[in-house]
Design a protein around this ligand. Structure first.
Ligand code: CMC
Length: 406
């Protein structure tokens, strides 16, 4: 690589902020064609998977780079089922932590996954068979954790998994305590398929950075959860629905969004680093939203969303800003009776398939991630004795060292 200037004045060295366009590694897992608005998992268009596949089959595809045969799929599903149950200590933690206001569902999920490692004798084993086993274990159990969090937030006891239901149907069963209508089970399956992987997004990259140090699979997934939690990534779906609730009625939508844009507010569920066209996942979810909102009598949320979409595309479409996956997923999930604070944990419950598949891919061909910073601080200086120091007129950082002790 050519020599890059690593000590410079602020702004002197040009680099892609947010690592935009930087290639982190090769992958066979997924490809996001941002210009055309297409997404493929191992070469298969997302529309075909949403129409025909299941979450279990999609996870198999991501892990092993091919679709399973009938027998393989049955065996893979039985492995996922075998791991569904959680240690009682993890259920206890979820119930206690979920009643504390500050412990958001994503924080509880993060800690619960971390706890799982304590009950896994092979958590620290650095071998491909152990990593593959953990990928399936963690993916299977995250659905149980998320459902238990959803119930615990309402003061309800967890419902233990059933082995005879699909991953999606069992998730809804554990959340609501009754076997779901097959249509809703299918919608949940589609939601899980759509969120399962998405190229080098922030949470997958965070997972890979941790895995690249040869850390364990649990730690890698915890890093993914931590990154997904943020409002610019997985946290946008909850905020998008809250925005619709704040708007209240379709007749307020246009004025609300115009005012928000005037104030330079970001509209959650719009824009994407890679897509400069319509996100194909948003299109699929929009179509499901038509039927789901009709069944639930929540059409006004869809109507508001469609108005916002029209205004946003009129105003910002030329800049490549279109709805992303998070815009319509909230409308669909809330119409299915799922609380908005569970949207991001459900995103994680699906994306863990991609995190673990990429982590395994990376482990086969690993090199530690170690980029560089450009140093723009003061020139080499010396330590100054305490009695000679003077407080600067202007703080060099936007935060102050003199915050009151709390
Ligand atoms: N509403 C209004 N303006 C926007 C939005 C938005 N949602 N997103 C981007 N812009 C504008 C932004 O103000 C900037 O304008 P200008 O060039 O005039 O300064 C321009 O578009 C480029 O924005 P950026 O922040 O440089 O884009 P980015 O690639 O760094 O960020 C993003 C991508 C997803 C963080 C951003 O679009 C955003 O904040 N969206 C809202 C949050 C959201 O919906 N996140 C979910 C992403 S999809 C699910 C996932 O993969 O996590």
């Amino acid at each position: 690589m050519s020599e890059v200037k690593l000590v410079a004045k602020p702004g002197e060295v040009q680099f892609p902020k947010g690592l935009e366009g930087v290639i982190a590694r090769e992958t066979t897992k997924s490809y996001v064609d941002g210009q055309r608005g297409r997404l493929y998992y191992h070469g298969i268009p997302i529309e075909e998977l949403a129409e025909n596949s299941t979450y279990e089959e999609t996870f198999f595809l991501l892990l092993y780079d091919r679709l399973p045969t009938e027998g393989e799929l049955e065996y893979f599903k039985s492995r996922m089922v075998q791991y569904r149950e959680l240690p009682s200590e993890v259920y206890d933690y979820i119930c206690k932590a979920s009643s504390r206001y500050n412990d958001t569902p994503m924080s509880v999920l993060r800690t619960a996954v971390s706890m799982l490692a304590s009950f896994d004798d092979s958590a620290e084993e650095d071998s491909l068979p152990a990593h593959e086993r953990e990928a399936i274990k963690i993916t299977s159990r995250m659905a149980t954790i998320t459902a238990a969090i959803g119930r615990a937030r309402k003061g309800l006891a967890p419902i233990h998994p059933r082995p005879d239901l699909s991953h999606a149907a069992n998730f809804l069963y554990m959340l609501f305590g009754e076997e779901p209508d097959p249509y809703y089970a299918r919608v949940m399956d589609v939601i899980l398929i759509l969120h399962a992987d998405h190229g080098c997004n922030a949470s997958t990259f965070a997972t890979l950075v941790v895995k690249s140090t040869l850390s364990d699979m649990y730690s890698s997934v915890v890093a993914g959860i931590a990154a997904l939690k943020g409002p610019l990534h997985g946290g946008a779906n909850q905020r998008a629905l809250r925005m619709l609730k704040e708007i209240g009625e379709p007749e307020n939508a246009e004025a609300w969004v115009l005012k928000a844009l005037e104030k330079k507010r970001r509209i959650m569920g719009f824009g994407h680093r890679v897509y400069k066209a319509y996100d194909p996942r948003a299109r699929i979810l929009h179509d499901y939203a038509v039927e789901v909102t009709k069944r639930a009598g929540t059409e006004k949320y869809l109507k508001m969303a469609e108005i916002i979409e029209r205004v946003m595309i009129e105003r910002l479409g030329k800049k490549g800003i279109f709805p992303n996956v998070d815009f319509y997923s909230g409308v669909v999930m809330s119409s299915m009776g799922i609380d908005d604070e569970l949207f991001t944990p459900i995103f994680a419950t699906s994306r863990v398939a991609g995190w673990t598949a990429h982590a395994l891919e990376q482990r086969v061909d690993n090199r530690i991630y170690r980029p560089r910073f450009v140093y723009v601080g003061p020139e080499i200086d010396h330590w100054v004795p305490l009695e000679e120091r003077v407080k600067p007129e202007k703080e060099p950082t936007p935060f102050t060292p003199l915050e009151k002790l709390v």
